[in-house]
Design a protein around this ligand. Structure first.
Ligand SMILES: Nc1ncnc2c1ncn2[C@@H]1O[C@H](COP(=O)(O)OP(=O)(O)O)[C@@H](O)[C@H]1O
Ligand SMILES: Cc1ncsc1CCOP(=O)(O)O
Ligand SMILES: [Mg+2]
Length: 257
């Protein structure tokens, strides 16, 4: 390829990138501070450990000045937001470490929406949400819709693609919408990842866990959050696919002959 030629990002290129970033996480074991919800705390910690990263659930505002600057990345998740935790989130997001936001149930209340918008203004490297969360954030509103499902999505990821692009441009962050196809965009480029199985929607905190994994990938690739997020989502989806194959194999072994 000519020195100036544009890199061709074909599936083989993405496969190599995803593997090399996962290998970098395993080799460097980035320390990821997690300020996450009470449901996902140990699930996200185990997802990070499984990938080779070091999770640390550190929430106290008083610990942020000593602890956060030594972290390789920060993961903020508003799933069980309370007034007590918001100052720690704000402070950790303001230390200059690369950080990632999960706006769980962004439209649950005015308080949560305002908190998400305030955190978004602190420029996360990536915001990853399901389609309903990204639609609500892009709209900056708490819709009075009857099909609101809290932490779950009532939309398909493709329905939120234009909103994700607009949000990425207005906030200057990479936006990832998860679903049957995960879309990752900086407002100009869009990457789609079709890994995963639908059962992942029915296991609590899979979204929280994949956002934690995105933080680990951003820690080892802080200069390209779009690639880091896309590779983390693809790897997480493949882990789900492998889990489904193993589950199928166990079920068929258990079946009466
Ligand atoms: N229908 C689907 N098919 C395949 N993978 C899916 C599907 N829905 C969700 N996933 C995967 O499950 C994980 C969590 O996504 P999602 O359920 O959208 O997040 P949340 O838990 O925040 O609502 C992601 O890795 C996503 O790719
Ligand atoms: C059910 C629930 N309620 C508050 S946080 C939470 C977990 C949501 O996890 P995810 O968004 O990854 O499904
Ligand atoms: Mg979920």
């Amino acid at each position: 390829m000519d020195a100036g030629a544009k890199e061709q990002r074909d599936p083989a290129w993405w496969g190599r990138r995803a593997w090399s970033l996962l290998s970098a996480v395993r080799a460097r074991a980035p320390l990821v501070q997690c300020i996450t919800n009470l449901v996902s705390m140990d699930i996200a910690a185990n997802a990070l450990l499984a990938a080779g990263a070091s999770p640390a659930m550190v929430h106290s505002l008083r610990e942020v000045p000593d602890f956060t600057p030594r972290c390789d990345a920060v993961y903020v998740n508003v799933g069980t937001l309370s007034e007590d935790w918001l100052p720690s989130m704000r402070a950790a997001a303001s230390t200059g470490r690369p950080w990632v936001l999960d706006p769980v149930a962004a439209a649950a209340s005015g308080f949560r929406m305002e908190a998400c918008l305030e955190l978004l203004a602190l420029r996360p490297a990536v915001v990853r949400g399901n389609a309903s969360e990204i639609l609500a954030l892009a709209d900056r509103s708490v819709p009075a819709s009857s099909n609101f499902k809290g932490a779950d999505s009532s939309h398909e990821s493709v329905d939120a693609l234009e909103a994700a692009k607009a949000l990425a441009l207005s906030s200057g962050t990479v936006v990832a919408v998860s679903g049957a196809v995960d879309f990752i965009t900086n407002g100009e480029q869009v990457v789609g990842a079709s890994n995963g199985v639908s059962m992942m929607q029915k296991i609590t905190a899979t979204g929280c866990a994949v956002t934690a994994l995105i933080a680990a990938f951003v820690a080892v690739e802080p200069s390209d959050a779009l690639v880091a997020a896309a590779c983390a989502l693809a790897i997480f989806g493949q882990a789900g696919e492998i889990g489904m194959v193993i589950k199928g194999a166990c079920l068929s072994q258990d079946a009466p002959h």
